[in-house]
Ligand binder design. Structure first.
Ligand SMILES: Cc1cc2nc3c(=O)[nH]c(=O)nc-3n(C[C@H](O)[C@H](O)[C@H](O)COP(=O)(O)OP(=O)(O)OC[C@H]3O[C@@H](n4cnc5c(N)ncnc54)[C@H](O)[C@@H]3O)c2cc1C
Length: 587
């Protein structure tokens, strides 16, 4: 089983030193969320993740969730752990105190999401979609539904799901077949089949609240005729108690490559009673409230899994001896593999990406809070634009990097990484779903390029590039080489953005074939921007914590020398066009 120590020091560094953002500071309700409080939360979060949840990863992998006589049973230890997890209030961390939540900002809950992803992604998924459902109900449902369902979800007694996918409809939700028939009492009867539903059924909570997209009988075809419904597994009585079973059954659960402790279900809806949420035929836009926030959390899953993969690679490299280094001093035997330049490079690659991503994520969490809670409309809208630009980037880049990092972790462990001994191959398998679900990474890239770039006539990307440029105008000698590198790549990104704009007119396949490269370049630039913020503090505050800041400066140095230049090859390859791709004849 891999070991894990939550990176509380790095998280507290971000919270203490990078929190000072003017717009974020103006959010009244977070003024009392201070360093002491956050440290207490993170220390407790570390304990539950390191001690109670980490062992569930192996248990879930070896004893996957099963469907037995119509009942879905979670792996050994899950029930007990879930009880402790909810008794300790972890499901309510970021929820509104009005519904029993603790009202912590996403800057803090994001840290918790990362720890939980490191410890056990399968276990995490049972509460993750609940928070997604909470957000969606809170934003779009009537007060009656909110008051009836939210407190129980916040408490963790009931969980939530997101039911979009059907056998013929994955990425293209316009193809959906599930029907909603309106009843005289304004409820709907929902009928159809949903597949691949995470936590669709299980034995951890008293009730499961499904958020289902379906088409009302008088709605048009395609995405313009989709509405959103709240459909509980058990109907809920007027007084909030649990009533009769609703018309939902579990057809089967998927046998999967990874996250085997997570129940991925086929759900059959047979005239199940549902309640419409948000306006009729606007279901997708309501669902996107859930999905957009959820996509950032999926990015954090990739970050969390990368972190545990790195930690174990580092400790293995310090204890495994093989071969001699070029300037070996050992007379007999071999050197620790951490002495080999190639292994060191691989470890630094992981570390520089992970710490940069964590800093980027912290910045994005602040922007998300500003977009939701700042008193000024204009400031809220500007932050919201930045969040919408960065959401596909964080979702895709962090999860793709998760694949690279877990694969490199296996490589560092050699044969012991590929076999099950150390639990490293499981990290690779568990992470593999993250570039697929919540909208595949390629679809995220298309969303970024075709929707977000052209939105508001390109104003959003241009504003972002200006912001990065302005924030990197720092008068500290040590930072100058880093800023020079970043400025060079900002220019590349500008040229690439213009190339995309031109291609949009009559070379759309060129643009489609370049989307993934564009997303990666933007992600690498955004991570460099986050590193510049870290460097600014590191140079300014150097004397107060030399070892910590020297580590940051050297890690950033690696990122700027070895990771950021990946931009050159992405740009060069992507701008060769697509004729030779589209004209190729596959036999
Ligand atoms: C473990 C697991 C958990 C899941 N959990 C949930 C859940 O809780 N709720 C839920 O509703 N769904 C869930 N899903 C479904 C998941 O979101 C879908 O699998 C995913 O959106 C992709 O849909 P698809 O599998 O139908 O692939 P398809 O849509 O068929 O895509 C196949 C390939 O084609 C590409 N592609 C598709 N359209 C385009 C396009 N327009 N341009 C370019 N390329 C394109 C895709 O990128 C992909 O590579 C889950 C899936 C799994 C495996």
């Amino acid at each position: 089983m891999p070991n894990y120590t939550a990176p509380v020091e790095d998280m507290m560094f971000l919270f203490d030193k990078l929190r000072n953002n003017k717009n974020y500071n103006e959010i009244e309700k977070y003024k009392e969320v201070n360093s002491e409080l956050v440290k207490d939360i993170l220390v407790e979060a570390a304990k539950i993740n390191e001690n109670l949840i980490l062992p569930l990863a192996k248990s879930g992998d070896e004893n996957p969730t099963i469907l037995e006589n119509g009942v879905v049973r979670t792996p050994p230890g899950y029930k007990e752990a879930y009880k402790k997890y909810t008794d300790d209030g972890w499901t309510s961390l970021s929820c509104d105190p009005k519904y029993g939540g603790q009202g912590m900002p996403k800057t803090v809950s994001g840290f918790f999401d990362e720890m939980l992803s490191s410890a056990s992604l399968s276990f995490k998924l049972y509460s993750e979609l609940s928070i997604g459902a909470y957000n969606c109900i809170k934003h779009h449902a009537t007060d009656e539904l909110k008051n009836k369902y939210l407190p129980k979800i916040v408490e963790g007694k009931w969980s939530g799901t997101m039911c979009l996918t059907e056998p013929v409809c994955g990425t293209d939700l316009g193809l959906l077949k599930t029907k909603a028939l309106e009843q005289s009492d304004a409820t709907y009867k929902i009928s159809g089949q949903k597949i691949f539903i995470t936590s669709g059924d299980h034995d951890l909570t008293e009730n499961i609240i499904h958020l289902v997209i379906a088409r009302a009988s008088d709605s048009p075809a395609g995405t313009k005729g989709i509405s959103l419904f709240l459909v509980p597994k058990f109907k809920v009585n007027e007084d909030g108690s649990i009533g009769q079973r609703n018309g939902i059954s579990t057809g089967s659960i998927e046998s999967k490559m990874g996250i085997k402790g997570s129940a991925t279900c086929v759900l059959n809806f047979d005239e199940a009673i549902g309640y419409m949420i948000g306006p009729k035929n606007k279901g997708l836009s309501s669902m996107f409230t859930m999905m957009n926030l959820e996509r950032i959390v999926v990015g954090i899953q990739g970050l969390g899994i990368s972190e545990i993969a790195y930690q174990n690679s580092l400790s293995y490299a310090k204890e495994r001896k093989q071969g001699k280094t070029n300037y070996s001093k050992s007379e007999n035997g071999a050197d620790y593999i951490i002495e080999h330049a190639d292994i060191r490079k691989s470890l630094l690659n992981m570390k520089s990406i992970i710490e940069g991503e964590r800093a980027l994520c912290f910045w994005l969490s602040q922007q998300t809070e500003v977009s939701l809670n700042h008193p000024n409309n204009e400031i809220r809208q500007e932050a919201s634009d930045l969040v919408s630009l960065m959401t596909p980037v964080v979702k895709s880049m962090f999860t793709d990097m998760g694949m690279e990092i877990t694969s490199d972790a296996m490589q560092i462990h050699g044969g012991y990484g590929y076999t099950k001994d150390q639990g490293i191959e499981q990290l690779y398998r568990d992470n593999r779903i993250t570039p697929i679900y919540e909208g595949t990474n390629s679809v995220q890239a298309a969303d970024l390029v075709f929707r977000k770039l052209s939105n508001k006539n390109g104003n959003i990307i241009n504003k972002y590039l200006d912001l990065v440029k302005a924030e990197c105008n720092i008068d500290i000698d040590g930072i100058k080489p880093f800023v020079d590198d970043l400025n060079k790549y900002l220019e590349t990104l500008k040229i690439f953005t213009s190339w995309i704009e031109i291609g949009m007119k009559d070379k759309k396949d060129d643009v489609s074939a370049a989307c993934n490269d564009y997303l990666k370049i933007l992600g690498l630039v955004a991570t460099a921007h986050a590193w510049i913020k870290v460097l600014e503090v590191s140079f300014q505050d150097y004397e107060n914590n030399k070892d910590f800041y020297e580590d940051k400066i050297q890690t950033a140095h690696f990122y700027f020398k070895r990771v950021l230049p990946r931009i050159d090859s992405h740009f060069k390859a992507a701008t060769t066009g697509s004729d030779y791709i589209m004209n190729f004849k596959f036999n």
